[in-house]
Each structure stands twice: as C-alpha cells, then as structure tokens.
Design a protein around this ligand. Structure first.
Ligand code: SF4
Length: 269
C-alpha cells in the first residue's frame, strides 16, 4: 500500500497515468469521488460524475451525508467531450443507458471500423455503487447481512417495495445485503403487516429461531403501529406487541429508497 499526504486546502497529486496507464481510470475516479486533482493527467475528463452532482459534492469524503443529497432530476449529459469519430468507414455505436448492477448504471460509446473496435468510452456512476457502505458491513457484519422477510399479515403492498430492493436499479446486493430463506441464517428480520392472530405464533417462533445477535425492523405503518387494522379479534396490531423491535420504517408502503435508508442507518448505527 502506498500512502501520501495531501493538502486539505488544495488537494492534488502528480498523475502516475503517463507512467502506469492502469492508473488512468482510478485517478479519474478518485478525482470524481474525493475531489483530488491529478496534475499532468493525460485525460482528466469526468468519468463517474454526471450533471446532477453539485459541483462541490464528493461522495467518498467523510463530510458527505450518509443519506445522500436531495435527489435532483438528472439533466441530460449534454456537452460531455466524448472522443469524436472521424475517417472513412469509422462509425460510432452508442450503448445504453444500461442498468447493470455490477458496473453501475451508465452508457457506453464504441467507435469501430468493421469488426475492429478503435475506442470505447464509459460514463458510469448514475447510481453510486456504495462500496463504502460495503466496508461498514465487512467490518461490523463479517462481510454480509442476511435478511429474512416475514409477512405477518400484510396486504402485500410492503412486499412489492421490498422486492424492488433486489431489482437492478436499487440492487441492494451490491452492499452485501441479501435475503435468505431461513431465520436460522438471518441477522435481520424484516417484518411487515399488522401481526394477524394466525401469524402470532409463527412470528414468535421465527424470532426465537434467529440466532443472536439479531435485529428486527418493522416495515410499514401496519407493522409500526397496527395501521388501519389496529388491534382486534383478528389482529395483534404492531409487531412490537409480539416481539422486540429495534427499528421502524414508516410509510404505506415505504418506498425502496426509504427501506434502503433505514437499513443503511442500522448498519451505520
Ligand atoms: S403499511 Fe400499507 S402497504 Fe404495508 S401492509 Fe400495511 S396497508 Fe399494506
């Protein structure tokens, strides 16, 4: 590992990209994420920054808010200085936007002559991969968090939003957070719905089957307070009336973003 000191007031370092071409992208990425300028870089165009980012926000700096910045509408990335295609038989193939979970959403441009690819450029980072959150999970949870979802009487509205966490847009697996089939493999129980009397024993047994240490998150207004169902002959109401609850996420149903913020809050707590 190479360590160096940089000035807070003027964070910059000499670029190594002319000597080690492999440093090219990592220096551009570091510039986008930390605001460190690499002097003498042969191509210091933005790589992951897009136009929805405010000029002075750098997501990997410690002062960047955990909950992110207020979401702006991403304006078209007009004016980005892509390398131009010239010459007889040269043509350009734009690809995207793509929602690829592993490499982050973005788009690509290829320039080719016949089968021969001349250049390939990427614009990534339209949703940040969140590797720094993964580091918290590695440290506190030994690499991953396993969630068992328990529908204790929900209308399934909350489940639809929980399912969305696994789609390519929210892609919660990128943080090392995944859903498991058995409470015996789980760190966290996500419980939805007012707890119906029929599910009371099942929920209690699921809780007891989950190894310590464990966390219970009540998802949605029904799970938090009983919602419109309250307590009745058929409903125990809030999850906390049956098992201990560590965190609540309100909403009817809560959005996937609210669910992610809640989970990330648990990780950072
Ligand atoms: S909080 Fe709303 S969406 Fe979720 S289970 Fe209750 S009624 Fe359905």
């Amino acid at each position: 590992m190479l360590r160096t000191a940089i000035s807070r007031a003027k964070p910059e370092l000499p670029s190594q990209a002319t000597v080690y071409p492999a440093a090219n992208r990592s220096e551009r990425h570091t510039q986008d994420m930390f605001g460190i300028h690499f002097t003498g870089h042969p191509d210091n165009r933005k790589w992951t920054r897009h136009l929805a980012w405010s000029r002075r926000s750098y997501p990997l700096r410690k002062d960047f808010p955990v909950q992110g910045e207020p979401q702006a509408i991403t304006p078209p990335d007009n004016g980005y200085p892509f390398i131009k295609a010239h010459g007889a038989g040269v043509y350009e193939i734009p690809v995207g936007p793509v929602h690829a979970g592993i490499i982050e959403p973005g788009h690509f441009r290829f320039q080719a002559v016949g089968e021969l690819i001349l250049t390939r450029e990427e614009r990534l980072g339209y949703v940040h991969k969140g590797i720094e959150i993964k580091r918290h999970i590695d440290k506190k949870f030994s690499g991953s968090i396993a969630i068992r979802a328990v529908d204790a009487g929900s209308c399934n509205g909350c489940e639809l939003e929980i399912h969305a966490l696994n789609n390519p847009y929210y892609d919660i697996e990128r943080f090392g957070i995944h859903f498991v089939a058995s409470p015996r493999h789980a760190d966290v129980l996500l419980v939805t719905g007012p707890v119906s009397r029929h599910m009371q024993t099942a929920l209690l047994r699921t809780y007891e089957a989950t190894p310590d240490p464990k966390w219970v998150i009540a998802i949605g207004d029904c799970a938090v307070c009983g919602g419109e169902f309250g307590v009745s002959y058929a409903s125990c109401g809030a999850v906390s009336n049956v098992i201990p609850v560590d965190m609540t996420i309100t909403g009817c149903p809560p959005t996937p973003l609210a669910l992610m913020k809640g989970l990330l809050g648990l990780i950072k707590a």
